[in-house]
Ligand binder design. Structure first.
Ligand SMILES: *Cc1c(COP(=O)(O)O)cnc(C)c1O
Length: 231
Protein backbone atom coordinates (compact mmCIF):
# COMPACT_ATOMS: atom_id res chain seq x y z
CA UNK A 1 0.00 0.00 0.00
CA UNK A 2 1.47 3.34 -0.92
CA UNK A 3 0.76 6.62 0.83
CA UNK A 4 0.26 9.91 -0.93
CA UNK A 5 3.07 12.46 -1.32
CA UNK A 6 1.61 14.71 1.45
CA UNK A 7 1.33 11.71 3.78
CA UNK A 8 4.87 10.61 2.98
CA UNK A 9 6.15 14.12 3.62
CA UNK A 10 4.39 14.25 6.95
CA UNK A 11 5.93 10.91 7.91
CA UNK A 12 9.44 12.07 6.97
CA UNK A 13 8.97 15.32 8.90
CA UNK A 14 7.85 13.38 11.97
CA UNK A 15 10.95 11.19 11.73
CA UNK A 16 13.19 14.26 11.40
CA UNK A 17 11.78 15.69 14.58
CA UNK A 18 11.89 12.29 16.36
CA UNK A 19 15.56 11.81 15.43
CA UNK A 20 16.23 15.43 16.27
CA UNK A 21 15.01 14.81 19.82
CA UNK A 22 16.80 11.47 20.06
CA UNK A 23 20.17 12.96 19.10
CA UNK A 24 19.81 16.39 20.66
CA UNK A 25 19.33 18.32 17.44
CA UNK A 26 16.78 21.04 16.91
CA UNK A 27 14.41 19.96 14.12
CA UNK A 28 14.89 23.37 12.53
CA UNK A 29 18.57 22.48 12.16
CA UNK A 30 17.76 19.88 9.51
CA UNK A 31 16.53 21.08 6.12
CA UNK A 32 14.58 18.52 4.11
CA UNK A 33 15.42 18.46 0.41
CA UNK A 34 12.88 16.50 -1.61
CA UNK A 35 14.73 14.71 -4.42
CA UNK A 36 12.32 14.88 -7.35
CA UNK A 37 14.50 13.38 -10.10
CA UNK A 38 12.47 11.31 -12.61
CA UNK A 39 9.20 12.67 -11.12
CA UNK A 40 7.22 15.26 -13.02
CA UNK A 41 6.41 18.89 -12.22
CA UNK A 42 2.91 17.81 -11.18
CA UNK A 43 4.38 15.83 -8.28
CA UNK A 44 6.70 18.65 -7.29
CA UNK A 45 3.67 20.90 -7.14
CA UNK A 46 1.81 18.48 -4.90
CA UNK A 47 4.79 18.45 -2.53
CA UNK A 48 4.92 22.25 -2.62
CA UNK A 49 1.24 22.45 -1.73
CA UNK A 50 2.07 20.24 1.26
CA UNK A 51 4.66 22.79 2.39
CA UNK A 52 7.88 21.58 0.73
CA UNK A 53 9.99 24.29 -0.92
CA UNK A 54 13.47 22.76 -1.37
CA UNK A 55 13.93 20.28 -4.23
CA UNK A 56 16.94 18.30 -5.45
CA UNK A 57 17.56 17.29 -9.06
CA UNK A 58 20.24 15.15 -10.74
CA UNK A 59 19.55 15.40 -14.44
CA UNK A 60 19.86 18.83 -15.95
CA UNK A 61 17.44 18.64 -18.86
CA UNK A 62 14.47 17.34 -16.90
CA UNK A 63 15.31 19.73 -14.06
CA UNK A 64 15.23 22.76 -16.37
CA UNK A 65 11.82 21.75 -17.66
CA UNK A 66 10.44 21.53 -14.12
CA UNK A 67 12.08 24.78 -13.02
CA UNK A 68 10.50 26.53 -15.98
CA UNK A 69 7.09 24.94 -15.51
CA UNK A 70 7.06 25.97 -11.83
CA UNK A 71 8.78 29.34 -12.10
CA UNK A 72 5.88 31.17 -10.46
CA UNK A 73 6.32 29.20 -7.21
CA UNK A 74 8.89 30.25 -4.57
CA UNK A 75 11.00 27.09 -4.85
CA UNK A 76 14.67 26.50 -4.03
CA UNK A 77 16.45 24.23 -6.47
CA UNK A 78 19.47 22.12 -5.54
CA UNK A 79 21.61 20.43 -8.19
CA UNK A 80 22.88 17.16 -6.68
CA UNK A 81 24.00 15.08 -9.68
CA UNK A 82 27.32 14.60 -11.46
CA UNK A 83 28.33 17.75 -13.38
CA UNK A 84 29.76 17.71 -16.90
CA UNK A 85 31.56 20.90 -17.81
CA UNK A 86 29.28 21.65 -20.76
CA UNK A 87 26.33 21.81 -18.30
CA UNK A 88 27.71 24.40 -15.93
CA UNK A 89 26.16 27.46 -17.56
CA UNK A 90 22.58 26.25 -17.21
CA UNK A 91 23.28 25.12 -13.64
CA UNK A 92 24.77 28.51 -12.74
CA UNK A 93 21.76 30.28 -14.23
CA UNK A 94 18.94 28.17 -12.81
CA UNK A 95 19.91 26.76 -9.41
CA UNK A 96 20.46 28.29 -5.97
CA UNK A 97 22.51 25.40 -4.59
CA UNK A 98 24.98 22.94 -6.12
CA UNK A 99 25.95 19.96 -3.92
CA UNK A 100 28.17 18.01 -6.27
CA UNK A 101 31.21 20.18 -6.99
CA UNK A 102 34.34 18.08 -6.70
CA UNK A 103 36.93 19.76 -8.89
CA UNK A 104 38.31 23.18 -9.59
CA UNK A 105 37.45 23.32 -13.26
CA UNK A 106 33.74 22.98 -12.48
CA UNK A 107 33.90 25.53 -9.66
CA UNK A 108 35.70 28.00 -11.90
CA UNK A 109 33.12 27.65 -14.67
CA UNK A 110 30.17 28.00 -12.27
CA UNK A 111 31.80 31.15 -10.90
CA UNK A 112 32.42 32.61 -14.35
CA UNK A 113 28.92 31.75 -15.60
CA UNK A 114 26.90 32.84 -12.56
CA UNK A 115 24.81 35.81 -13.75
CA UNK A 116 25.78 39.01 -11.93
CA UNK A 117 22.10 39.79 -11.39
CA UNK A 118 21.82 36.79 -9.04
CA UNK A 119 23.22 36.33 -5.53
CA UNK A 120 26.29 34.12 -5.07
CA UNK A 121 25.75 30.47 -5.97
CA UNK A 122 25.81 28.25 -2.86
CA UNK A 123 28.38 25.51 -3.27
CA UNK A 124 28.72 22.27 -1.35
CA UNK A 125 31.86 20.31 -2.08
CA UNK A 126 31.25 16.61 -2.63
CA UNK A 127 33.72 14.54 -0.62
CA UNK A 128 34.62 10.93 -1.35
CA UNK A 129 34.23 9.94 2.26
CA UNK A 130 34.42 6.16 1.96
CA UNK A 131 37.39 6.41 -0.42
CA UNK A 132 35.96 4.28 -3.17
CA UNK A 133 37.85 4.38 -6.43
CA UNK A 134 34.74 4.67 -8.55
CA UNK A 135 32.84 7.26 -6.58
CA UNK A 136 32.71 10.94 -7.38
CA UNK A 137 34.03 13.40 -4.86
CA UNK A 138 37.23 15.10 -3.85
CA UNK A 139 39.45 13.08 -1.50
CA UNK A 140 39.74 14.25 2.09
CA UNK A 141 43.42 14.99 1.41
CA UNK A 142 42.67 17.36 -1.45
CA UNK A 143 39.60 18.95 0.13
CA UNK A 144 41.31 21.81 1.93
CA UNK A 145 43.05 23.13 -1.20
CA UNK A 146 39.84 22.98 -3.23
CA UNK A 147 37.84 24.64 -0.44
CA UNK A 148 40.30 27.53 -0.21
CA UNK A 149 40.16 28.12 -3.94
CA UNK A 150 36.35 28.00 -4.05
CA UNK A 151 36.27 30.43 -1.12
CA UNK A 152 38.26 32.90 -3.20
CA UNK A 153 35.86 32.86 -6.17
CA UNK A 154 33.62 35.96 -5.92
CA UNK A 155 30.39 34.56 -7.39
CA UNK A 156 30.39 31.39 -5.28
CA UNK A 157 29.60 30.92 -1.59
CA UNK A 158 31.33 27.92 -0.03
CA UNK A 159 28.36 26.73 2.02
CA UNK A 160 29.28 23.22 3.12
CA UNK A 161 30.12 19.64 2.27
CA UNK A 162 28.17 16.77 0.77
CA UNK A 163 28.76 13.02 0.67
CA UNK A 164 27.15 9.90 -0.74
CA UNK A 165 28.85 7.10 1.23
CA UNK A 166 29.01 3.54 -0.06
CA UNK A 167 25.63 1.95 0.64
CA UNK A 168 25.54 0.00 3.89
CA UNK A 169 22.76 -1.18 6.17
CA UNK A 170 25.15 -1.22 9.12
CA UNK A 171 24.33 1.80 11.29
CA UNK A 172 27.82 1.90 12.75
CA UNK A 173 29.39 2.13 9.30
CA UNK A 174 26.83 4.74 8.25
CA UNK A 175 27.67 6.87 11.28
CA UNK A 176 31.43 6.45 10.81
CA UNK A 177 31.17 7.83 7.27
CA UNK A 178 28.98 10.76 8.26
CA UNK A 179 31.22 11.53 11.22
CA UNK A 180 34.19 11.79 8.86
CA UNK A 181 32.33 14.35 6.77
CA UNK A 182 31.49 16.34 9.90
CA UNK A 183 35.12 16.28 11.01
CA UNK A 184 36.22 17.49 7.57
CA UNK A 185 33.70 20.35 7.83
CA UNK A 186 34.86 21.22 11.35
CA UNK A 187 38.43 21.32 10.10
CA UNK A 188 37.50 23.84 7.38
CA UNK A 189 35.58 25.96 9.89
CA UNK A 190 38.64 25.94 12.13
CA UNK A 191 40.69 27.23 9.17
CA UNK A 192 38.42 30.26 9.02
CA UNK A 193 36.08 29.20 6.20
CA UNK A 194 33.19 30.59 8.23
CA UNK A 195 30.35 30.02 5.80
CA UNK A 196 31.16 26.35 5.27
CA UNK A 197 28.46 25.29 7.74
CA UNK A 198 26.25 22.81 5.95
CA UNK A 199 26.46 19.03 5.89
CA UNK A 200 24.38 17.57 3.07
CA UNK A 201 24.22 13.93 4.01
CA UNK A 202 21.57 11.24 4.47
CA UNK A 203 19.13 9.68 1.99
CA UNK A 204 16.03 7.50 2.48
CA UNK A 205 18.07 4.57 3.81
CA UNK A 206 20.43 6.31 6.19
CA UNK A 207 19.09 9.67 7.31
CA UNK A 208 18.79 8.66 10.95
CA UNK A 209 22.56 8.11 11.10
CA UNK A 210 23.11 11.37 9.21
CA UNK A 211 20.99 13.38 11.64
CA UNK A 212 22.80 11.73 14.54
CA UNK A 213 26.11 12.96 13.09
CA UNK A 214 25.00 16.51 12.41
CA UNK A 215 23.38 16.63 8.96
CA UNK A 216 21.93 20.07 8.20
CA UNK A 217 20.40 18.94 4.89
CA UNK A 218 19.04 15.51 4.10
CA UNK A 219 18.21 14.51 0.53
CA UNK A 220 15.14 12.26 0.41
CA UNK A 221 13.59 10.90 -2.77
CA UNK A 222 12.04 7.45 -2.44
CA UNK A 223 10.48 8.03 0.98
CA UNK A 224 8.60 11.06 -0.39
CA UNK A 225 7.83 10.28 -4.04
CA UNK A 226 7.96 6.47 -3.99
CA UNK A 227 10.19 4.21 -6.09
CA UNK A 228 11.69 5.59 -9.31
CA UNK A 229 11.36 4.04 -12.75
CA UNK A 230 14.70 2.99 -14.21
CA UNK A 231 15.91 5.75 -16.50
C1 LIG B 1 18.69 10.00 -5.82
C2 LIG B 1 19.51 10.73 -4.82
C3 LIG B 1 19.05 10.95 -3.51
C4 LIG B 1 17.74 10.40 -2.98
O1 LIG B 1 17.83 9.03 -2.79
P1 LIG B 1 16.65 8.18 -2.12
O2 LIG B 1 17.33 6.92 -1.72
O3 LIG B 1 15.61 7.99 -3.16
O4 LIG B 1 16.14 8.96 -0.94
C5 LIG B 1 19.84 11.70 -2.67
N1 LIG B 1 21.04 12.20 -3.06
C6 LIG B 1 21.51 12.01 -4.30
C7 LIG B 1 22.83 12.59 -4.68
C8 LIG B 1 20.78 11.25 -5.21
O5 LIG B 1 21.28 11.05 -6.44
Amino acid sequence: MSLSIPENLEKVRQLISLYGEKYGRSDKAVQLIAVSKTHGADKVKIAYQAGQTHFGENYLQEALEKIDALKDLPLHWHFIGPIQSNKTRAIAESFQWVHSVDRLKIAQRLNDQRPSSLPGLNIMLQVNISNEDSKAGVSVNELEALANTVESLPNLVLSGLMAIPAASNDKTIQRDNFRRLREARDNLLAQGLDQCQHLSMGMSNDFEAAIAEGATMIRIGTDIFGPREAR
